[in-house]
Design a protein around this ligand. Sequence first.
Ligand SMILES: O=C(O)CCC(=O)C(=O)O
Length: 301
Amino acid sequence: MACLTKSEVDSYHDQGYLLLRKCIKLEDLASARVLITELVDRYARELFDNGKIASLHENESFDRRMCVINGEARLKARNWDLTETSNIPDLFPLILHPMILDSVESLLGSEVAWTGSYVTRPKIPQHELTAFPWHQDSQYYGEPTQHLHVVSVWIPLVDTDEYNGCLYIIPGSHKWGLLKGERGADRNIITFEDVEKKGDPIALPMKVGDVLFFTNLTYHTSKLNSSNKVRWSVDLRYIVPPDAYALTKREREGYKTLNDHYKMSTITVRSLQPENIANKKQLEEYVYQRVGLMKESRKNY
Ligand SMILES: O=C(O)CCC(=O)C(=O)O
């Protein structure tokens, strides 16, 4: 059931983002924290078994353990290293969270698909590879996706501010269309134009329990984490399922490009036709298949 007010929906369409405060309960984030805790534990054990670290650092807190491990092993894990190629049933409660799906339904309409994308991001202190230049998500997905509306949902698992690398956004930048950019040496997109001069960037400090929604054309960035703790967050992407309406040629091309980017077509998680909604088993199979494809593609990095 759509849950956003008209003024929230209008503000999202006008500004290109919507920040909802205190909209998700801490206990609803617990399973994501459990997943991360398990993955960090597995990571620690692998390094320990390979003689890279002398201690598992089991007593370190949720937001400290990974940077202590990396510090000792002198490693700088990339942002997706731990989770993007892991099986994630623990994330299903978040991916299917009623508040998130209700909000996305308010923005997209009654038919909602998940793109298969989930990232549990460790933004490591002082680690440039986990900072992001200003970008529009469609610059990563590929040019034809500018004709689609992909809703990004960004969920902090620790409080974020300018010091530990909160998100910044340029309100209204989704109305600029897709700007030209190119991949830098670190594979991140560098936009040719100075977007900070073109618009008026704002920082979006967030507390655990807040959720941010933004479009695939909205400029955003996150800078260096200058704290001594990992800034953990989860981000998810949703879209209207391609079979929910008659696509134009360029929308068809957009879906094809998006599917190529994510290695998978979308999976329906909300619909007026209950038989279209993926059940748990279908979701599990979908994620399992995607994990295999992502692992394969990561080999080429
Ligand atoms: O989490 C971050 O620091 C950046 C996230 C981001 O750029 C995205 O989700 O598109």
